[in-house]
Design a protein around this ligand. Structure first.
Ligand code: GLU
Length: 307
């Protein structure tokens, strides 16, 4: 069966489930998003683009940005990064603070909020926040091959105004010496990276290098080496869905990174990069209908990293 036909079937089967879950309301700008939105895009390693539903509409990628900033930070400091952030699944909520005390301010992995705040701090070193934001945005535009990708200042400001828990995490890590820049600056970078708005098509396109051993098959540019691409995928599989990472691996069987905007980026190595968007979240803060759609899609295609 052709991928476009599979996608069409998934979309039809998903229709009764669209609107499931609860839109994130702890960030006021996200609470206003229409819960009935649903989009999906598949970009294959041979450059075909398949779409369903609201695949061309930009949404707040939120924590999906953490996959891109991790890639940048590894490029900047290489394996030295692992002295400041771990590589283990957390088993706790995305914004949990308890583990940090036991582990002396070293976050479990780069995808929980604390870990991503450390990564933002790494990217900020030696730069002004504006320069770091420019670097992140330029990288995401380059990966998606689309200069219209933007940061949504309203979303960033909205999160900044209400991000008390992230501020607590950052200050706490600073007390252990694991945040090097002024906390407000590091958080400013973090909130703005989370505010990047992209469509499913742009997002799937941006993740394609991870499906193709680190080399973007469309631009023919090497973004990272094969080993690094493999390792980023490994982290997405084990940590990309917070305390539901095991469940996502069980149900979908592919590396993925979710965001509280309701998006999920999934990598099918050697095959395709897939993005889905449905704003309603499940209890773990991951897109409810999005996860269900990916589960269906993986089942119909037979794609899985587990054979
Ligand atoms: N900006 C969100 C936060 O810090 C990201 C969380 C997510 O997307 O999972 O709370």
């Amino acid at each position: 069966m052709e991928i476009q036909d599979i996608l069409h079937d998934v979309y039809e089967e998903m229709k009764p489930h669209i609107g499931e879950g609860k839109v994130a309301d702890y960030i006021p700008a996200l609470a206003r998003v229409d819960p009935q939105k649903f989009g999906m895009a598949v970009v294959t390693v041979d450059g075909q683009v398949h779409v369903a539903g609201d695949a061309a509409e930009p949404f707040s990628i939120q924590s999906i940005s953490k996959a891109f900033t991790l890639t940048l930070a590894l490029g900047r400091v290489g394996s030295g990064l692992w002295s400041r952030v771990g590589r283990e699944p957390s088993g706790t909520a995305f914004n949990s603070i308890v583990q940090l005390e036991h582990e002396h301010g070293i976050p479990r992995n780069p995808f929980i909020n604390a870990g991503a705040i450390v990564i933002a701090d790494v990217l900020l070193a030696g730069h002004k926040p504006r320069e770091t934001l420019g670097e992140i945005l330029q990288f995401v535009r380059y990966l998606s091959g689309d200069d219209t990708v933007y940061m949504d200042d309203d979303v960033a400001k909205s999160e900044q105004a209400t991000g008390f828990r992230n501020a607590a995490l950052a200050n706490y890590m600073r007390s252990f010496g694991n945040i090097h820049n002024p906390v407000e600056m590091t958080l400013g970078v973090y909130y703005h990276q989370c505010s990047i708005a992209m469509s499913c098509v742009q997002l799937a396109r941006a993740g394609l290098f991870l499906a193709n051993g680190g080399r973007d098959p469309i631009s023919a540019q090497t973004v990272v080496g094969r080993e690094r691409a493999r390792r980023i995928n490994a982290l997405m599989l084990t940590c990309g869905h917070y305390d539901a990472s095991g469940d996502f691996a069980y149900r979908v069987g592919l590396p993925g990174k979710s965001g509280v905007g309701g998006g999920i980026l999934v990598i099918a190595p050697g095959k395709a990069s897939i993005a889905v968007w449905s704003p309603g979240l499940n209890a773990n803060g991951n897109s409810a209908a999005g996860t269900r759609a990916l589960e269906l899609f993986a089942k119909k295609t037979g794609w899985s990293v587990f054979g």
